[in-house]
Structure formats: C-alpha cells, structure tokens
Design a protein around this ligand. Sequence first.
Ligand code: HEM
Length: 535
Amino acid sequence: MTLSLSQLIQIAVGAGISSHVVFKRVEPRALPALGMVSAIFAAVFGYVYRDSRRLLHAAVVSTATVNAYIFGLFASIAAYRLSPWHPLSRYPGPTLAKLSKWYMSVWIAKGNRHLKLQELHRTYGSWVRIGPNELSVDDPAAIRPIYSQMFRSLSYQGAPQDADALITTVDKNEHALRLVAWTRAFSAENIKHFRTSAQARTAQLLEILAQKKGAVSLSHWISLWAIDVMGDMAFSGGFETMTAGEDKEGWMEVLHMGALFVGVLGQVPWMRDILALAPAPGPILSFQKFAGEKVEETKKKTGGILKDILSIVQNDTEGGIELSRLQAHADASFIVLAGSDTVSEAMTALMRYLCADSEVQKTLRSELTVAFDGPIEDMDPYTLSKLPYLDACVQEVLRMVPPVAAGPPRWNKDIDTQVLDQVIPAGTTVACPNYAMFRDPRNFVDPDRFRPERWLEGGIGGPHNTEAYVPFCYGPGVCIGKPVAVYNMKLLTASLVRAFALSFPDDFDVKRFDDSYREHNLWVHDELWVNLKAL
Ligand code: HEM
C-alpha cells in the first residue's frame, strides 16, 4: 500500500507533535534537530521515489512532509508553553516571552533589556516569566535564597569557545575546584601586591591628563587605564594602551562584541551550534585566542612564573585542578573582561555625576584634603578605605549604573528550589535584575538621583534597602575581585578629584550622553568629555 500525500502530512504532523516530548523543557539544539529533519527528508524521499521513480515528485513530497513535521513540532511546543500544564504557567509575563527566548534576545540586541525588565516588573509584579523556562524576580528577599542554591545557567556558554573560563563553567563542582586557585590569587597578600600596579598606572594617567589642553575624553582614558591595570595584574604587564594613547589591539571592541554575542546567543543556545560551524565562529573564540597569544608572549618576555593572577591560577593546583593551556587562555581573557570594563564603566559614570554636581565634588574634595596632605601618589590604602563620603560615592554609582545591570542568571538544572513561599521547578533559569531593583523607589528613595548621602549614617530619609543591593552578586559565583575593584575605583577617584576640578565642556550635552546608554551585558555609550582644571 502506498501512502497518499495527505496521509504522509498527517503522519508528519503527528510525528512533530510526538517528538515535542524531547523538546519539552529544553530549547532544541541545532545539530540534533537538523539531523532529525534530514533523516525524515531522506526516508520520505526514498519511500516516494521507490514507488514513483520521479525525482522532482519525491523532492516535493518530502519537502511538504518535512514542513508538516516542523509545523506539528512548533505548534505543539507553542501550545504547551502557553498551556496551564507548563510548570511556569502560574507566573505572569508577556505571551511572546512565554513562547520563545527570542523575545529577550531582541531587547538585549537593542540594548534596552534593563529598561524592559523594569517595565515588566511594574506591569506584572515581582515574579515575571521572561522566557519559556525563565523567570525574573525583583523581590530583594529572594536574592539570597536564589543565588545561594542555584548556579550559572547554560547561557554562559552561549557562544563558541575553545574552553571554559571560570565564569563560563556551569558545573558547580568544577567551578568550586577552579575557585581554589582563584581564591588564593586574591589573598590579602596578593591584593597588596596588585595595588602597586594600580598605583603606578594611576600616576601614569594623571601625568598624561595633566599635559592635555582643552576637553578630554575621560571615558577613553579611563578605559585605557583599566586595561593597563588589568594587564599588569593578570599577565604582569600585558598592555601599554595609555602609552600608545589607544587600544591598538582592539581588546575593548572584541570584548564588547563578545559580550553582545553571549548576551543574545546565550538566550537561544542552539544558535551556538550553527555558529560553531562557521569559518569565523565569533568574537569569544577570537578573544580567547587573542588572550592566549598575549599570555604566551608575556611569558616569553618575562621568563614565566610571576606574581600575577594568571600565573597563580595556572600554577597553584594544590587542592584544586590543573588547568589546560586552553582553559588558562580562557581565564586570561576573562580576567580582562571581569576586571577592566566593569571598573571603567563604574568610574566613567562616577565622573559624569561628579561633573554634574559641583557640591558633591566639593564635599568629596574636602574629605580628601582633610585625610591626605602628602603627594597624590602617597595616599595610603587603609585611610582611603575608611573615608565615608568616598565610599558613599562608589556605592552610589554602582547603584545608579551597575556594571552587571541585568543580574546574573542562575539555573536549578534537575532539582526544584524552594525560594520564600515559591517552589521554582527544576530546569528553570532565574535572575534578579540589578538595575530594576536598584532603581526601585520601594528599595531606594529618589532612586534616579545620584545622592551619595543616602549611604551615610542617618541617610536621606525614606527607603534604603541594602538587601536589594548586590552589584557584586551573591553566593557561589560572587565577584572575588570586589576588594580590588573597590580599591582601584577609590584610588582613581581620589587621585582625579585631588588633582583636578572636573566640569563638562560648554557644548557637552549631558542628556544626550545619558540617553546614549545601551546595555548588551556590558554598557555602551557615547564618550564622556570633561574639562580638567589643575588644582
Ligand atoms: C565594579 C567592578 C566590578 C563589578 C560590579 C563586578 C561584578 C561581578 C559580578 C556581578 C559577578 C558575578 C557574575 C556572574 O555570575 O555572572 C562577578 C564575577 C567575578 N568577578 Fe567581578 N566585578 C567587578 C570587578 C572585578 C575585578 C576588578 C575583578 C578582578 C580583579 C573581578 C573578578 C571577578 C571574578 C574572578 C568573577 C567570577 C567569580 C566566580 O566565578 O567564582 N571583578 N563580578
């Protein structure tokens, strides 16, 4: 008996619906899906051709059957995702977000995810379904239970890469083993050693800026400073971008492309398989290769083991694991990512607020003048760490412009997770959106204004919920570079404010600058132009 076209199509739709069982709780991976479709095509083609001996006819019938299969599969997936049987059905959210992760990818690509999340929480409440299997939670009380119990989601592996870096390791046990060496790298003694490179680089930046006439792009120079500082800490002197006056090797550009890639593709992991087949599989891989070359080049120059983060992580295997060469290269690229753009973005934003508010700048300068009377390069770290107004400025800028704005996504793989009065079903990705929580008037009074005083004793009156404030994350995966980041920010801020009066040039449009901010996992914006008057 030969099946008719309509019978074949009915069977294909049925098969599509049945194979949805496989794709029920996971985004389909591209290669297995492609393999299945090709197999169906080949089987139908063979079957039809055997009877008809007509190539074109066999091709048309097989194509129609494959389309019917895909239609059945997608219709079934869509119906399930919107149905009351889906484990996340009780959570509200936009219909398109429930249907596909592409919904969020579009906002990430546009650079407005932080604002979209803010809007979604205002509309739907604290628990919002932002993907088929994904929740955003802006309840401060949920942060600790979520981040202590769940670990990184598969989105960290969104782009093709040679090996996992610490931050893209989604296996909690492997991460814990790798962290042993990283924790040693950030011991109090090593942090003291890292400070010397930040101090030397800050002195270099001040010297360069003192020679500039007219307005300078402070964002540009801060970004170069941050790369050079991280180069010293990570590879014992991998970069000289300040001397060159530019990031000649294009680290920042590759880094930003990489972050955008992971941001968008991490939402739809099956795209990664397709990209991996491309001749140029994307910026993360280039970035890792780039970092690898830098590591080998620096090793040759310096003769190997030095007291830098990478050497310690690579060579200290006591209690941890020995890294492969590719893993070390991945970690190298990650150190630059973790440590340079975050600090430079926070610093640029802080300078923007200091330029805009001469009173804040004056108060900060007075505090520094009382604390230090010696040369700028001699500010001792202990005194620097104890200055309340400087600390308040740093905390406030990390609230206003958190470098990790969306909140790091976490996943509970195959176990349900109790969070407050909710049980998050296994296989769910959850994130607490930093930007939305830090700018929520229920957490911080007058949330859209830069008011460092809110962090001082007595505050400014009104909500000040520090439980909602986690710019460095929480739990396994928390930022271990926090002491370095905070010290570097305080050192540069104090140095710039003691050396210069900062103001906007007359033709600088602050609103335009603010409006230019886009968030693609990292912040992107126009340059910050500033007049520096030597004091
Ligand atoms: C203001 C600056 C910084 C902010 C706001 C920040 C924030 C964060 C956040 C939110 C995470 C968690 C990321 C995730 O799970 O997706 C993280 C991880 C990490 N950060 Fe930072 N960071 C900053 C600077 C630095 C610096 C300067 C370093 C290195 C010197 C550093 C090293 C790390 C490392 C190694 C991790 C991964 C920890 C792990 O996987 O266990 N960070 N950071």
